[in-house]
Write a protein that binds this ligand. Structure first.
Ligand code: ASP
Length: 438
């Protein structure tokens, strides 16, 4: 069989009991040769993740506040785990080194990365696998951007030398040797990079849920699990806020055509969700794959007589947004109207300025603004080439009295996006779910 890369998230490696479960999983399949680990996460509700404690240490140091007690909490967690696992991994020596570097004014990235570093050392010792540091292998440029090809080459070359290894997730280094972290949750990306470098047959991402659900369980009770989803469908859903996997983890797996399997460390018997290049066969009667939604967008509708005859209108419009560094989320158009959908976070209080620019440069007849809009994506290959899907969706919303403020259907027919008022988000998702999921 091929190689499997298994990445374990924070809650899967939060303490010795959880690490024991990961060992059972790893030992159950000899193909699980390369393991990527997060820093210890929450052990119970209200607990603090080690990464958060480390960031807090750094903030204390910057404000010249005593940080020793905080750092001691981190040290204690690792030392207790070391004892409970019954391994000798020289954790105290590593902790002393880290403390020394902290006192010399380490960067925030270095501090934050130590959670993964220490955990990988411990877990490698416990499994009897080699510890392979990610610094020097996961390569960032001087501006802190990941260099995927360099990383792939470096990881390939190094991992060839190790039959079995544990690597820390979340960080790498810049050309000058400084540690650089990904954004939060970034160990998922490391896992995908490792999977690509060893030509893995599958990238297993072990977490504390049995994969993706068709809708947010806080909105839809007992939402059904998704057994197979394509990268593209997932991208649409995660863009709208469905979060289990870091968005940037998809690219490295996708270029190498490696399926990602989301699994539950606490329920290894569940098959989880398989993310594949192609959409799986549409299950009988299943029309949609999932629904996700996100609040706080603004729709600006621009009307101009004979707009359809004008040249360069959309280019000028996009140029204004580019000047403000605001991405265009959606662009629904009519004959004499163009609407832009923008995220409030990106607008960042500059709406009046932007509207003024629109007026100056585009000379519209009128501009209408709808604030407090939520977008809902209903996603699934099963929708394409199937008559009546939009009708069913709009009827479901009409029946619960939701007013649709915007509609955008991607050309792939895999996605219908509707804009509703923020307050209607939950009701709408429930109504769509009930209409399509039997
Ligand atoms: N430990 C890091 C975080 O909490 C990275 C990760 O777990 O993926 O964000």
């Amino acid at each position: 069989m091929g190689i499997k890369v298994a990445k374990f998230g924070g809650s899967s490696v939060a303490d010795a009991i959880q690490i024991g479960k990961t060992r059972n999983i790893i030992e159950a399949d000899p193909d699980r040769r390369y393991i990527v680990v997060s820093a210890p996460g929450k052990r119970f509700d209200g607990d603090t993740k080690v990464t958060d404690l480390l960031y807090l240490c750094k903030t204390h140091i910057e404000h010249r506040l005593p940080y020793e007690q905080l750092f001691q909490v981190v040290c204690d967690r690792y030392k207790v785990t070391e004892v409970n696992l019954g391994v000798e991994a020289d954790i105290q020596k590593h902790l002393d080194e880290i403390k020394e570097t902290l006192e010399k004014g380490a960067t925030a990235d270095y501090v934050a990365s130590r959670g993964e570093y220490l955990n990988a050392i411990l877990i490698a010792a416990y499994l009897g696998y080699d510890f392979v540091d990610a610094a020097g292998l996961v390569c960032f440029d001087a501006k802190g951007r990941l260099m995927p090809e360099e990383t792939d080459r470096a990881l390939r070359k190094e991992l060839e030398k190790h039959e079995r290894a544990v690597l820390p997730g979340f960080y790498g280094s810049t050309p000058d040797g400084n540690v650089k972290t990904f954004s939060r949750g970034g160990s998922d990306i490391t896992g995908a990079l490792v999977a690509r470098a060893v030509d893995a047959q599958v990238y297993e991402n072990w977490t504390d849920v049995s994969g993706f659900l068709m809708a947010d369980p806080r909105i839809v009770e007992n939402a059904k699990p998704i057994s197979t989803i394509s990268y593209m469908e997932l991208r649409e859903l995660s863009y709208m806020g469905a979060s289990v996997l870091h968005e940037d983890a998809i690219y490295p797996a996708r270029v190498a055509n490696i399926p990602i399997n989301i699994r539950n460390t606490n329920r290894p018997q569940d098959e989880g969700t398989m993310i594949t290049a192609k959409a799986g066969p549409v299950e009988d009667g299943q029309i949609i794959t999932g629904i996700a939604g996100s609040k706080d967008f603004t729709v600006v509708a621009i009307y101009k007589n004979m707009l359809s005859d004008e040249r360069g209108f959309v280019r000028r419009l996009a140029g204004i947004l580019e000047d403000y560094d605001i991405p265009l989320e959606h662009l629904p158009t009519g004959i004499d109207t163009v609407s832009v959908v923008l995220s409030n976070k990106k607008i960042d209080g500059r709406l009046d300025e932007i509207l003024e620019e629109f007026k100056q440069q585009l000379k519209p007849d009128s501009v209408e603004v709808f604030e407090h809009i939520a977008l809902i994506a209903t996603v699934g290959y099963g929708m394409s080439a199937r008559p009546g899907v939009s009708a069913a969706l709009f009827t479901a919303l009409a029946q619960v009295g939701v007013n649709i403020r915007m509609i955008d259907q991607g050309s792939s027919e895999m996605n219908i996006i509707v804009g509703v008022e923020n307050k209607d988000l939950e009701t709408s998702i429930k109504a769509i779910y009930d209409a399509f999921v039997k």
